[in-house]
Design a protein around this ligand. Structure first.
Ligand SMILES: [Zn+2]
Length: 677
C-alpha cells in the first residue's frame, strides 16, 4: 500500500530521556524559555519559537534526533513499557491471550543471557540451506524460502497489495530490492563521503560474516563480492524521485512477461516455493530491475550468491543474536544516524514487540491511554478541517468547476480513521514462547508473510491500518483514500482538550490538514475518490496545478542543509505541498471555529500568533549531522527547520499575525509565492 506519512524514517526516529510530565499536571501550551525573543519572528520564525529550547536541549546519546515528536514518543514508550513489564511478570495469563503473547515475546527478547548462550546457532538452519545450494538455479527456491520466512533485503520484493488501478482488489506486486543500505544512491554516488561510507559498509559485511565463523581473509573477499552484487542491483534500480511516479511503477502483466524480463531466474520454482504455483499475473514495479537481475545471475558465480544470502540472513537476524552482533550492527548504523550509544535493550524489545505483535500491544495501550471522548473530539476537528477544504474549493481561482466538482467528490469520500482500527488483527499461527526471541520473531514474520500473500486475488479490506496505535505519526493512503491518526499522536504537544482553539488548530489541526492535502498533492491528486490511479483533471487545471507545484519545488531546492547538501525539491514535493496546504486549511478552520468572536491575548500573544507558535512547537527539534544527511538523501520530508519557515513564508496570514513586512526574510516576494489549496 502506498502511504504518505507525516514523519518518516522510523529507524531514525528513536527516542529518549527527560522524564514525562508529572502525572495529572497539565503543562501550559508554551514555555517562554523556549522562545528566542532576540530573533524577530519575521526573520526566522523557527528560531523565534524554539531558539531558547535549541540553546539548552541536548540530544540523548542513543538518539539521532530530539524534539517534540521524540519526546512524545518517549512518553508513549514509558507507557508501553509498563504494559509489557506487567505482562511479562504475569505467569497466570491464559495461554494464547494477548497478555500471554506480548508478555512471552517481550520476556524472551529481554533475556540477553539466553541470546549469548545460543550464539549464532538460531540462524544455522537458514544458513545450511544456503550452503546446500548446488547451482544458481537454486537461487529461486532459496529466495522463496527466505521470503516466506520474512527475511528482509533478499534480491527483490514480492508481496500482495491493492491494484492501484482497481483499488478494490489485491494483486501480487514485485519490485526492486536486495540492498541493505538505505537507498540505491549509496552505492552509486562518487563523492568522498559516499565512497567512504560504502567502504565502511564493506568492512561491516566482512565483520558480520566473520562473527558467524567465516575466516577473516575469506570474509573480506566475500564482502567485496556482496557489495559488488548490491551495487549491480542498485544500478538496475529506479531512484527515489522516479519511484514517486505511480504510472512509472505500474506494469500489471501476465506472469510470462516477468519470466521474459528475467528468464535466468526460476520463477515457477520461486512461486511453488511460496505456495502460489498458479499465479498468472503480477505488477512489475521496475522491469529494468529484473532485466538487470537476470544479467547479474548469469554473470555471478554461485559462491558469491551464497555469501550474499548468508550476509542477508545474518544482517536481518543480528539484533536478536549475541551482543557482538548487536554491537557490530550499531557500530555501522550509527554512521548514518549519528547516535553515540545503543538504545537500551528494553526499548529495542519494545520496538520489536510493536513490530511483530503490534495490534496486541496496541489494544492494551488504547484501553489504558485513549478514551472514546478523545476519539470523538479528534473526529470533530477532522470534520472542521474537511469543511474548510470544501469552502476553499469553492473559492479557488485557478481551478475549473468540473475539476472542483471531482475534487469535492474525492473529499467527501475520505475515510477518517482515528486512534485505532475498528477490527484488531489476529495472530493465529504465531508461536511465542519465553525461550527465544529469534524463534518468536521468525514465527511472527512467517505468519505475517503468509497473511499478506493470502490476499492476492482477494478483495481489499479497507479497514486495515499499517501503523500501530501508539505510533506518533499520521498518514494518508491514496489507494484507501483514508486519513489515519493513531492514538499515539493525539496528545500534547499536538492536542489537548484543555487548550485554546488556536493551539489545537495550529498543532494537530495542521497535521490533519497535512494528511488531507496528501489526497491532493502532486502524487495524491492522480488518484480518484475510490483510490484508483485515474486522471480526473482537465488539462488546463493540471497545468495550473503544475505551475504552482513547480514554485514549491524551486523554493525547497534553494534550501542548503549542510555544506553543499540541498533539500531535494522533487523528492520532498508531496510533503512540502502537504505542509503548505495543511497549515492554510488549519488556519481557515481555526478562523471558522473562532466564528469572528474577538479573542483576547493569552500570555501576551494574540490567538493568531498562538496558532503559528503551536505549529512551530510541533516541529521543534535538533538533529545530528549524520542523521540530517541521511534524511536529506532518503526521506521525502524536508528537515524540520524548513517545514516551519518554508510554508509560513508563503502565507499572508502569518505575516499579518506578526506584523511582518515585505522585505523581511519570512515574507516571500509575491511573485515567488506558492499557494495551492
Ligand atoms: Zn506527509
Amino acid at each position: 500500500m502506498n502511504v504518505t506519512r507525516l514523519f518518516a524514517s522510523a529507524a531514525l526516529a528513536l527516542l529518549l530521556a527527560t522524564p514525562a510530565a508529572a502525572a495529572g499536571q497539565k503543562p501550559a501550551v508554551f514555555d517562554r524559555a523556549h522562545f528566542d525573543t532576540t530573533c524577530s519572528p519575521c526573520r526566522d520564525f523557527d528560531q523565534f519559537a524554539s531558539g531558547g529550547w535549541k540553546r539548552t536541549a541536548v540530544i540523548p546519546a542513543a538518539n539521532p534526533t530530539w524534539g517534540s515528536f521524540a519526546q512524545l514518543a518517549e512518553n508513549n514508550q514509558l507507557a508501553l513499557s509498563a504494559i509489557l513489564e506487567s505482562a511479562a511478570r504475569d505467569r497466570s495469563a491464559k495461554p494464547g491471550s494477548p497478555t500471554a503473547m506480548i508478555g512471552a515475546y517481550y520476556s524472551a527478547c529481554m533475556d540477553s543471557a539466553a541470546a549469548e548462550r545460543a550464539g549464532f546457532t538460531p540462524v544455522q538452519p537458514l544458513l545450511s540451506g544456503i550452503a546446500d545450494m548446488k547451482s544458481n538455479a537454486d537461487l529461486a527456491a532459496q529466495a522463496a524460502w527466505l521470503h516466506s520466512h520474512g527475511v528482509r533485503g533478499v534480491l527483490f520484493n514480492f508481496g500482495a497489495g491493492p491494484d492501484i488501478k482497481n483499488s478494490a482488489r489485491n494483486i501480487a506486486n514485485t519490485g526492486q530490492g536486495g540492498i541493505s543500505l538505505p537507498d540505491r544512491d549509496y552505492y552509486l554516488k562518487t563523492d568522498s563521503l559516499s565512497v567512504a561510507l560504502l567502504r565502511a559498509y564493506e568492512g561491516h559485511v566482512a565483520r558480520v560474516l566473520a562473527l558467524a565463523g567465516t575466516p577473516e581473509a575469506e570474509a573480506r573477499s566475500a564482502a567485496a563480492r556482496v557489495v559488488a552484487i548490491e551495487t549491480a542491483l542498485s544500478r538496475a534500480s529506479m531512484n527515489n524521485v522516479q519511484r514517486r511516479d505511480p504510472n512509472a511503477t505500474y506494469h500489471f502483466l501476465p506472469l510470462d512477461s516477468l519470466a521474459a524480463f528475467a528468464p535466468g531466474f526460476g520463477w515457477s520454482a520461486y512461486l511453488s516455493g511460496r505456495g502460489r504455483a498458479g499465479l498468472d499475473s503480477v505488477n512489475v514495479g521496475q522491469p529494468d530491475f529484473f532485466r538487470g537481475l537476470d544479467r547479474l545471475i548469469a554473470a555471478t558465480p554461485l559462491a558469491d550468491w551464497q555469501a550474499y544470502l548468508r550476509f542477508k540472513v545474518l544482517e536481518d537476524a543480528a539484533p536478536t543474536l549475541t551482543q557482538a552482533f548487536a554491537d557490530e550492527d550499531f557500530a555501522f548504523s550509527s554512521r548514518m544516524s549519528g547516535a553515540r550509544a545503543q538504545q537500551p535493550r528494553w526499548k529495542r524489545c519494545l520496538r520489536a514487540t510493536d513490530g511483530d505483535l503490534g495490534d496486541l500491544l496496541g489494544q492494551a495501550y488504547v484501553a489504558r491511554h485513549f478514551t472514546p471522548q478523545a476519539r470523538e473530539r479528534a473526529l470533530v476537528m477532522v470534520r472542521n478541517l474537511e469543511s474548510a477544504l470544501a469552502d476553499r474549493l469553492v473559492t479557488l481561482d485557478w481551478m475549473s468547476d468540473a475539476t472542483k466538482a471531482a475534487a469535492r467528490v474525492k473529499l467527501d469520500a475520505f475515510s477518517n480513521k482515528i486512534g485505532f482500527p475498528d477490527k484488531w488483527r489476529k495472530y493465529d499461527g504465531v508461536k511465542v514462547s519465553r525461550d527465544s526471541w529469534f524463534a518468536n520473531r521468525l514465527s511472527a514474520r512467517k505468519a505475517e508473510t503468509a497473511r499478506n500473500f493470502a490476499k492476492i486475488g482477494q478483495p481489499v479490506d479497507r479497514g486495515e491500518w499499517n501503523m500501530t496505535p501508539p505510533t506518533v505519526n499520521a498518514f494518508y493512503s491514496p489507494t484507501f483514500n483514508s486519513i489515519n491518526f493513531p492514538a499515539g499522536i493525539l496528545q500534547p504537544p499536538f492536542y489537548d482538550a484543555d487548550w485554546d482553539d488556536a493551539a489545537n488548530y495550529g498543532a494537530i489541526g495542521a497535521v490533519i490538514g497535512h494528511e488531507m492535502t496528501h489526497g491532493f498533492d502532486d502524487r495524491g491528486r492522480q488518484f480518484d475518490a475510490n483510490g484508483n490511479l485515474r486522471d480526473w483533471w482537465t488539462a488546463q487545471d493540471a497545468a495550473n496545478y503544475k505551475a504552482r507545484a513547480d514554485q514549491v519545488e524551486a523554493q525547497f531546492n534553494a534550501y542548503t542543509v549542510l555544506d553543499s547538501l540541498h533539500v531535494n525539491g522533487k523528492l520532498t514535493l508531496g510533503e512540502n505541498i502537504a505542509d503548505l496546504g495543511g497549515i492554510a486549511l488549519a488556519y481557515a478552520a481555526f478562523q471558522k471555529a473562532q466564528g469572528g468572536r474577538p479573542a483576547g491575548r493569552i500570555d501576551g500573544f494574540t490567538p493568531e500568533q498562538r496558532f503559528f507558535l503551536a505549529y512551530a512547537q510541533v516541529w521543534r527539534s535538533l538533529m545530528r549531522d549524520e542523521a540530517l544527511r541521511t534524511r536529506v538523501l532518503t526521506d521525502p520530508h524536508s528537515p524540520a527547520h524548513w517545514r516551519v519557515n518554508g510554508p509560513l513564508s508563503n502565507l499572508d496570514e502569518f505575516a499579518r499575525a506578526f506584523g511582518c513586512k515585505e522585505g523581511d526574510e519570512m515574507v516571500r516576494k509575491q511573485e515567488l509565492r506558492a499557494r495551492i489549496w
